[in-house]
Design a protein around this ligand. Structure first.
Ligand code: SF4
Length: 255
């Protein structure tokens, strides 16, 4: 025990830095998971909602300080179930919704430019890790792919935003499905092992579904535009979706 105390005292400065670095990493992961939770089919919603949109309060049972009667979004909910109580009228209940609904109506659910940037950065860094497996070289390669992918996605999102007249911070969410599905297919190979010979087919179907879903979300997010302008704006968006899919294609198709 004394040895442990001496170690902690001796290395306390390094431990502070390690703690800070881990806090940054977990904050980044939390932000990315928050984006993907917006796609989810399960939502915790107030039985008696109060209008006015999402707000935060230190009073109440929610560990992420969501003002429960005003809850509409998913991104800050960690699904701890503390607020779910079948007997209490003021509690939340579990509801099913069409996957992606929150992003389709992102203009009404606090689009956040930081979430969009983290979506681009997270997609790039994960792709870098997927494509390169040498541990010694992996960090530099991951950062390079992250920078390249972020540049491509940001440029194409800017073009889509300009053509559609919709804000960058709303249009960028369209990449969430293809990014999420690519992560599952590319890095979650073990999840498919129980399917045996059907694993490759299941990956390919999921992968193609992610591409179609992203394009559909793009179409919906730009809903206020006339159809022809939307079609035109969808071209750079589709190029971005293809760029993400192309990077991950070896996972489902083994190419
Ligand atoms: S499930 Fe947990 S995190 Fe989500 S709203 Fe309820 S209390 Fe808050």
């Amino acid at each position: 025990m004394k040895g442990l105390e001496a170690f902690l005292v001796t290395h306390r400065h390094r431990l502070v830095w390690l703690h800070a670095a881990m806090a940054v990493v977990f904050a980044a992961i939390g932000l990315l998971l928050g984006v993907f939770s917006r796609l989810g089919a399960v939502q915790f919603a107030p039985k008696n909602p109060v209008p006015g949109g999402d707000a935060w309060t230190e009073k109440g049972v929610c560990p992420t300080m969501i003002d429960l009667p005003r809850k509409q979004e998913s991104r800050h909910c960690i699904q701890c179930l503390r607020c779910v109580n079948p007997q209490a009228r003021g509690a939340l209940e579990i509801r099913l919704r069409s996957p992606g609904t929150e992003i389709e109506r992102i203009a009404h659910h606090h689009p956040n430019i930081a979430e969009v940037w983290f979506l681009f950065l997270g997609t790039g860094v994960a792709l870098g890790g997927f494509l390169w497996l040498d541990f010694l070289m992996i960090s530099g390669f991951m950062l390079s792919v992250m920078a390249a992918m972020t540049t491509v996605l940001a440029s194409l999102t800017a073009a889509t935003a300009r053509l559609s007249g919709r804000p960058f911070a709303q249009v960028g969410y369209l990449f969430a499905p293809v990014a999420m599905v690519s992560l599952v297919v590319g890095l979650g190979g073990m999840l498919f092992q129980p399917l045996g010979p059907w694993a490759g087919t299941a990956k390919a179907v999921l992968f193609l579904a992610g591409i179609v879903w992203s394009l559909w979300l793009g179409w919906r997010v730009m809903a206020p535009c006339p159809p022809l302008r939307r079609l035109l704006a969808l071209i750079p968006a589709a190029a971005g979706v293809v760029a993400v899919a192309w990077g991950w294609a070896p996972a489902p198709f083994g190419g």
